[in-house]
Design a protein around this ligand. Structure first.
Ligand code: GLV
Ligand code: GLV
Length: 380
């Protein structure tokens, strides 16, 4: 029966895969079709409720690709289990929308899409950094409102970042890609806060500093701090790249904002709840020289009261991973997670993931976060 807002690709496929939003590109469809899947795609832009997703999964289904906007908890994983689903993939690298323990308890492997967001998300963090530093959003609004009367010495003056210090909270793949961009492009020093030292990043910056000196530039440093407070007090600009979990919820609160320099810049492309958004709005209102640039929000799509009224906050709607290459790559990885496990392949779970974007993806599921708990073999 044809349902409103849904379309089916390869209706003769023997395995039924439900996809809760239309994804980018075509490659992912090819991957699923080659695994003999019938693909049912929801075309609505509305975020589906738990009940709508359970209804779409129905009584018999093999695999599901879902979204970071959906609440994947015990209820949905039980429905998946009853319908015979044997693999779920999030269309995202982050999986804080997933109750991993419930998925594992229901025996459902959960896939994510790492490795293809790194440079894209880091580039957006750089864009947001400069949007704030150079007041780009505010300047554009000024111009579009026809307020421009000619060049002035004091018009929309911002901050130079070259040679200053950037603080990275979470020096994983995206955080270190952003750090490298700020080092190479803008000769910034780096301090970072992470549970583990990032030796590759530190070595890179030592070598880059030597290169910079050899070309007449200044020495640059990279240092890991023991406590986030130290980073907040020292950095001229702070970019957040951590996961969201109990230890990072409201990591940046009112007290911590007060530790920052009064003209500091705070960028968040990770997850909204890492910042206490109401406290941030209050801080930005009281400190006109402070700037924030946000891609993510605490209660998306809602925004904290007053946020959009402040010129010193730049805000964009969770688009840091939105390049064609990345969004199609995420689709390929999600499809390969589903197709891989449906065909009984092992999990890849290695960093070199780009082979899955090719016409002949490896015979593996690229990234299954609970593979170990579920005893899914890893490719040797
Ligand atoms: C996007 O926010 C993602 O986690 O992929
Ligand atoms: C982010 O961590 C990515 O996988 O690129």
């Amino acid at each position: 029966m044809a349902r409103k807002n849904w379309k089916t690709i390869n209706s003769a496929g023997s395995r039924r895969v439900v996809v809760t939003k239309e994804l980018c590109g075509e490659h992912w469809l090819q991957v699923l079709q080659e695994a003999d899947c019938r693909i049912e795609i929801c075309l609505s832009d509305n975020i589906l409720t738990i009940q709508e997703i359970a209804a779409a999964v129905g009584v018999r289904c093999d695999g599901v690709i879902g979204q970071l906007t959906e609440d994947w908890g015990v209820e949905l994983f039980s429905s998946l289990r009853s319908a015979g689903v044997t693999v779920y993939s999030n269309y995202a690298v982050g999986y804080n929308n997933i109750d991993r323990a419930s998925a594992t308890a229901a025996g459902i492997p959960v896939g994510n899409t790492p490795g293809v967001l790194t440079e894209t998300t880091a580039e957006m963090a750089v864009a947001l950094t400069f949007c704030a530093a150079r007041r780009v959003g505010e300047a554009e609004r000024f111009l579009r409102q026809r307020n421009y009367r000619g060049w002035l010495p004091n018009l929309l003056v911002g901050e130079l970042l070259n040679g200053k210090t950037v603080g990275i909270i979470g020096a994983g793949r995206i955080g270190s890609a952003y750090a490298r961009m700020m080092v190479e492009g803008h000769k910034m020093n780096v301090i970072y806060f992470d549970l583990l030292p990032n030796n590759d990043l530190e070595r890179f910056i030592v070598s880059y500093s030597e290169f910079n000196i050899a070309h007449g530039g200044r020495p640059l440093f990279c240092r890991r701090v023991e406590h986030v407070d130290e980073l907040l007090a020292e950095a001229d600009c702070v970019s957040i790249h951590t996961v969201l979990d109990d230890s990072t919820y409201h990591l940046i609160n009112g007290d911590r904002l007060k530790l920052m320099k009064e003209d500091a810049i705070l960028i968040n492309t990770s997850r909204g709840p890492v910042i206490d958004e109401a406290a941030l709005v209050a801080h930005a209102a009281e400190n006109p020289n402070f700037k924030a640039s946000l891609d993510v929000f605490e209660e998306e799509p809602d925004l904290a009261d007053g946020l959009t009224e402040l010129d010193n906050i730049v805000a964009v709607p969770h688009i840091a991973s939105a390049t064609q290459w990345t969004r199609s790559g995420m689709a390929s990885l999600a499809a390969c997670n589903v197709a891989g496990l449906l065909q009984g392949y092992p999990a890849w779970n290695r960093p070199d993931i780009e082979a899955f974007l090719s016409d002949t993806p490896p015979r593996a599921a690229p990234s299954i976060v609970n593979a170990k708990e579920l005893g899914i073999p890893l490719l040797q």
